[in-house]
Design a protein around this ligand. Structure first.
Ligand SMILES: [Zn+2]
Length: 246
């Protein structure tokens, strides 16, 4: 019987039949996994609570023909409860798992797994403003997939920066020659914050003002929505409550 073991973040679940659940996970070594967890919706289930969104678990799976079957699950990070009781953490975490769920099989690498686990852990511990954790996560997800925005040289022609016009559709900052007429300007402080979010320079991120954080979030959101094509549903919630995230 082909079984395998891996670490995985639970991205989402849905009900199957009376007592079972389908669990979609991003794993460390096996990319995205869709598996059935049998009997987890019964109160006697030993591992049901370990297979909820935002949880990190060590799972053992049996390889099925279309869906794998969860045989065991041990908790590695019970981040769900600390995230769920704070609305701003919850909306940020929801956008993060939804983004991870969008990754194609070839993009679902162990680096993506580690990035998501780190982001969820930081959210559950309240280490930084939830929205900044999300923004940093989104920028780095895109960087890992080869879509890093440019914050220095012109994204279109490569002319060395600094440039002060950011156009999401063109891939980041653009020079005055490449900028479409009427493009809004971006403050240098906002660009600095965006670079810090991409690098994970948390001292600089934590020191940013609410206005800078909000301005950077707007650009990250526009860029992420453009580049993830269909737009992230959960991100719309986060953008809607702009200014309230702190
Ligand atoms: Zn240019």
């Amino acid at each position: 019987m082909p079984t395998y073991r891996d670490e995985a973040v639970i991205l989402r679940t849905h009900k199957l039949g009376e007592a079972d659940r389908i669990v979609i996970m991003l794993s460390r070594r096996h990319g995205k996994i869709r598996a059935v967890a049998k009997g987890v919706r019964r109160t006697s289930s030993k591992f049901g609570s370990r297979l909820e969104p935002f949880m990190v678990a060590d799972v053992q799976l049996y390889q099925g023909r279309s869906l794998d079957i969860v045989q065991q699950a041990e908790s590695l990070g019970a981040y769900g409860s600390e995230i769920a009781v704070h609305y701003d953490r919850y909306t940020a975490a929801s956008a993060m798992v939804e983004t991870a769920d969008r990754l194609s099989d070839s993009e679902a690498t162990s680096d993506q797994y580690l990035l998501l686990v780190g982001g969820l852990r930081a959210l559950s511990r309240g280490e930084h403003v939830p929205r900044s954790i999300l923004d940093s996560y989104l920028l780095r997800v895109m960087a890992l997939s080869g879509w890093a925005p440019s914050f220095d040289d012109c994204a279109r022609c490569g002319t060395p920066g600094p440039h002060t016009t950011f156009v999401a559709q063109l891939g980041g900052v653009v020079c005055s020659q490449c900028a479409p007429a009427g493009s809004p300007r971006v403050a240098e402080k906002t660009l600095e914050l965006l670079r810090s979010l991409l690098r994970g320079d948390w001292d600089a991120v934590d020191a940013a003002s609410v206005a800078e954080t909000s301005a950077a979030s707007g650009l990250v959101g526009a860029y992420a929505q453009w580049h993830l094509e269909r737009g992230i549903r959960s991100l719309a919630h986060v953008i809607d409550q702009s200014g309230e995230a702190r």
